[in-house]
Design a binder for this molecule. Structure first.
Ligand code: ASP
Length: 372
């Protein structure tokens, strides 16, 4: 069943070598330049070509019993994922690259850059129709948002996960993967930026967020809505492609690392010392997850202002509520409101802006442009 599937390793860039390799021990081992090897003579020329970039997560996890839906561990490789859905080989030639095999809480800039570098090269090839990234759902929205900002292609980039491990009754991974590949191979999916597929829904990576820690129907953007839906495994879009206003593009092609940017979650009885601690430990930018529309208490603001005046570290204020907007009127002059972006997405944007060497004024312009 797997004869049409070509696998290559991010470690060795050799076809089929991944079948024998254990999961890499450390992200530092990844070769960022090892793209998929396309072997056109062994594929069905009438089918589209989709590459699956596997990173781990629940979709690649096994439990002890079919009833177990928590406490499982990551252990399936990209070939296992495809083997579980042989039907996808009828709709696309599939190429596989094991970029990592971790819970998404372990995803770091090594993995993000490995994805960005390989996907950029892959999509530049005429024969590549689209790509799928399999990912743990916990931090999936951060990787999807990152890819949305750094991949410059009209071709589909689809990020997919599952809420139940592969061994569970009614595991959702196989159908989610089938739909993700369908979408990545679809003409209709072009020019829509990075997308998230779970539970029949197609969401915009820019806006969709994980809303429930446990239920299958977890990815959506309450205010901005979904892009589309699957019916009988056919993707339907509600609208023709639309653009996020002012969505920036960042190049990370030359990067081997990304700057540290921290989030400080505010609450009653805040600890103001966290601001200084963050900067002293190397942070080049701070996002405050403010309460309501970006409230931060006076004691923390006093430390933040002092730190800003001495270090000019850019400071963005977001909202710890799931939805909402931080307006400029609600933040100090030296701080930048995140607008609609939640703290985890604001952190990725600030990290990319700092990485690009932007001045604080230019960072402000980037955030402001998203809500003209
Ligand atoms: N802990 C898992 C992860 O994010 C959860 C999931 O994939 O649903 O890797």
């Amino acid at each position: 069943m797997f004869s049409k599937t070509i696998l290559s390793s991010a470690l060795l860039a050799l076809p089929f070598s991944i079948l024998a390799l254990p999961a890499p021990a450390s992200p530092a081992l990844f070769r960022r330049d090892a793209g998929p090897v396309l072997e056109q003579d062994s594929v069905n020329a009438s089918l589209p070509n989709v590459t699956i970039y596997a990173t781990g997560g629940t979709i690649a996890s096994k439990g002890e019993t079919s009833g177990q839906t928590v406490g499982y561990s990551v252990g399936l490789g990209v070939k296992d994922l495809v083997d579980a859905v042989p039907e996808i080989l009828n709709i696309s030639n599939i190429y596989g690259l094991q970029v990592a095999n971790v819970g998404s809480q372990e995803v770091d800039y090594n993995i993000l850059l490995a994805l960005a570098h390989n996907i950029t090269k892959d999509l530049a090839k005429e024969e590549t129709t689209g790509v799928v990234v399999t990912h743990g759902t916990d931090n999936l929205e951060e990787t999807a948002f990152f890819l949305d900002l750094v991949i410059n292609s009209t071709k589909p980039v689809v990020v997919v996960g599952s809420m139940r491990p592969a061994t569970a009754l009614s595991a959702d991974g196989p159908l989610n993967l089938y739909q993700a590949v369908t979408l990545a191979a679809s003409e209709k999916a072009k020019n829509r930026g990075a997308m998230i597929v779970l539970n029949d829904r197609i969401g915009a990576a820019f806006y969709a967020t994980k809303n429930s820690a446990n239920s299958l129907d977890t990815f959506y953007a309450t205010e901005q809505g979904q892009l589309g839906f699957f019916i009988n495994q056919v993707p339907y879009f509600y609208y023709t492609p639309a653009a996020v206003p002012g969505k920036p593009h960042f190049s990370v092609g030359a990067n081997t690392s990304l700057p540290q940017v921290d989030i400080i979650y505010t609450h009653e009885d805040n600890n103001p010392a966290l601001v200084k601690a963050s900067i002293e430990s190397g942070s080049k930018g701070i996002v405050f997850a403010g309460s309501g529309a970006g409230s931060v208490d006076d004691a923390m603001l006093a430390v933040a202002e002092k730190q800003f005046n001495s270090t000019h570290t850019p400071m963005v204020v977001s909202h710890r509520t799931v939805d909402g907007f931080v307006p400029v009127e609600d933040v100090q002059d030296y701080m930048i409101p995140s607008g609609f972006l939640n703290p985890q997405k604001a952190r990725v944007l600030l990290q990319l802006a700092v990485n690009a060497g932007y001045s604080n004024e230019k960072v402000r312009e980037v955030f402001d442009a998203l809500h003209p």
